[in-house]
Design a protein around this ligand. Structure first.
Ligand code: NDP
Length: 481
């Protein structure tokens, strides 16, 4: 079994303590690798390497087009190794192989997008009130800590690394402890692509120690974090001490609104993977379905029928649409929420049982759960379960439904289904979320800003907006009087 090391200053190195931890395949619950368990000394070494690369190195001062050329090469290397990375991701996360291939391909595209974007990222000239030329520059923040979760490990590492690198920052990437393997691929390819030593570093190890040390380190200028809202709160508090720049992509409890005038069958069938895709471990999962009363039964019937047909299986089987959860711990956490929903009085209309026969015997498998006659006030409607559970809530009045939709601490994503254009425009404007799909379960695009309102986060990943979060605005005035 391979033991993976940390990438610090362009060199692969074990943790200074010599400690490692097991990486588990959740479809078989058996170890597939070991990874170095970084401690505070390793974090310090990584930050010093990044600091040196940023303060002394050529990277921040290179022409934008030169950095872009390195990122294009990086993207090509990802494509060259797409199948190996996708296999790694599926074995480590339990993600269906077709999804992993898509996500790794999207990771390559993300590098291409930012390589192309950086030479079209402009400053301003400003007509100030003195004779002269006033203009702005966008300069890198410095050393960026990119901390990512386990549900989309490769994709999210790319979402942060590509814009951070192309703008001239030095990066320390910390993947989640469940799923470090695909991020380590990025380290290998970064060296091959010609990213200078120390510009891209990877630390594997516990968030509570290594992650926290990274956030607190005085050599870090900016933290770009995706994960739970509670972790985001801690990070923001720690970052406040030194006024570090922070962007946070946090939890969600997204609505899926179905009006009676929609194509209800299509809405129901498309909504299934909108909540159960990635086994529900998706911050955008449409876990609260608000369905107009007159089509409620029709929607529930079509939704359950489609769920029944969805193939739950081995992540490496191309037919699989839903794999296991990332761990037995996460599966048991979801099971407890399913019991809670029943205690709260919602009707468990389908699924929710742990799968134990045949290929499921050793994995963290659970059948997606559909709760009907749920209310928005229930804990299962308010708390992010982060598993394959949907609550279908009836509504009759549009205004009251919108109040309920907005009645959570989250505001990340959502969908609405209607064939009435003015209703679509009116309701889309009123939903308090960062992204929304109309007649679609899609809301994440490399080219468009992604992030949340309220406790779903601060800042935006992806699109041109992300470049703003990895740069500082510098204003320069040249006196010409
Ligand atoms: P966590 O917040 O537990 O962990 C996320 C990352 O932060 C991991 O790398 C983790 O390391 C690290 N970490 C944990 N504690 C600290 C700390 N004190 N300081 C610094 N780093 C720390 O989230 P999960 O991994 O459980 O991911 C699931 C969550 O992510 C869900 O709430 C989901 O909604 C959210 N998410 C949000 C998205 C968005 O864009 N809004 C997208 C995807 C997910 P370790 O693994 O070692 O604990």
């Amino acid at each position: 079994m391979q033991t993976h090391e940390l990438l610090i200053g362009g060199k692969w190195t074990p943790a200074q303590s010599g400690e490692t931890f097991e990486v588990i395949d959740p479809a078989r619950t058996e170890p597939i690798a070991r990874a170095a368990k970084a401690g505070t000394a390793d974090v310090d070494a990584a930050v010093r390497a990044a600091r040196n690369a940023f303060d002394e190195g050529p990277w921040p001062n290179m022409l934008a087009s030169q950095r872009a050329a390195v990122l294009y090469k990086f993207a090509n290397l990802i494509r060259d190794h797409l199948e190996e990375i996708a296999q790694t991701e599926s074995r480590n996360v339990g993600k269906p192989i077709t999804d992993s291939r898509d996500e790794v391909g999207a990771g390559a595209y993300c590098f291409e997008y930012y390589a192309g974007a950086i030479t079209k990222y402009f400053g301003e000239t400003i007509p100030v009130s003195k004779p002269g030329l006033d203009y702005t520059l966008r300069v890198p923040c410095g050393v960026v800590a990119a901390i990512v979760p386990w549900n989309f490990p490769f994709a999210m590492a790319c979402w942060k690394a590509a814009p951070a690198l192309v703008t001239g920052n030095a990066v320390i990437l910390k993947p989640a402890s469940y799923t470090p393997l695909s991020a380590l691929w990025l380290g290998r390819l970064a060296l091959e692509a010609g990213i200078p030593e120390g510009v891209f570093n990877i630390i594997t190890g516990p968030g509570s120690t290594a992650g926290s040390a990274l956030v607190a380190h005085p050599g870090v200028d900016k933290i770009s974090f995706t994960g739970e809202t509670t972790t985001g709160t801690q990070i923001m508090k720690q970052a406040a001490e030194a006024i570090k720049r922070v962007s946070l992509e946090l939890g969600g409890k997204s609505p899926n609104i179905v009006f009676a005038d929609a194509d209800v069958e299509r809405a129901a069938r498309n909504s299934v993977l909108g909540v159960f895709g990635n086994c529900g471990q998706d911050c955008c999962a449409r876990s609260r379905a608000f369905v107009e009363q007159s089509v409620y039964d029709q929607f529930v019937e079509a939704f359950i029928d489609q769920t029944r047909q969805t193939i739950i299986g081995d992540p490496l089987d191309p037919a699989t649409q839903i794999g296991p959860m990332v761990s037995l711990h996460q599966r048991d956490h979801v099971r407890r929420y399913i019991q809670l929903g029943q205690e709260e009085g919602a009707t468990l209309a389908y699924g929710g049982d742990i799968l134990t026969d045949g290929i499921y015997a050793k994995g963290a498998y659970i059948r997606p759960a559909v709760f009907t006659h749920a209310t928005n006030a229930m804990r299962i409607s308010q708390e992010e379960i982060f598993g394959p559970v949907v609550n279908v809530i009836p509504f009759t009045d549009e205004d009251e439904m919108i109040r309920q939709v907005n009645g959570t601490r989250y505001g990340l994503s959502g969908s609405l289904w209607t064939n009435n254009l003015s209703r679509a425009l009116r309701v889309a404007r009123q939903i308090r979320s960062g992204v929304l799909g109309v007649n679609s379960s899609s809301s994440v695009f490399i080219e468009a800003p992604f992030g949340g309102f309220k406790q779903s986060g601060i800042g935006r990943d992806l699109g041109m907006h992300s470049l703003d979060h990895f740069t500082e605005v510098k204003n320069i005035f040249i006196y010409l009087g």
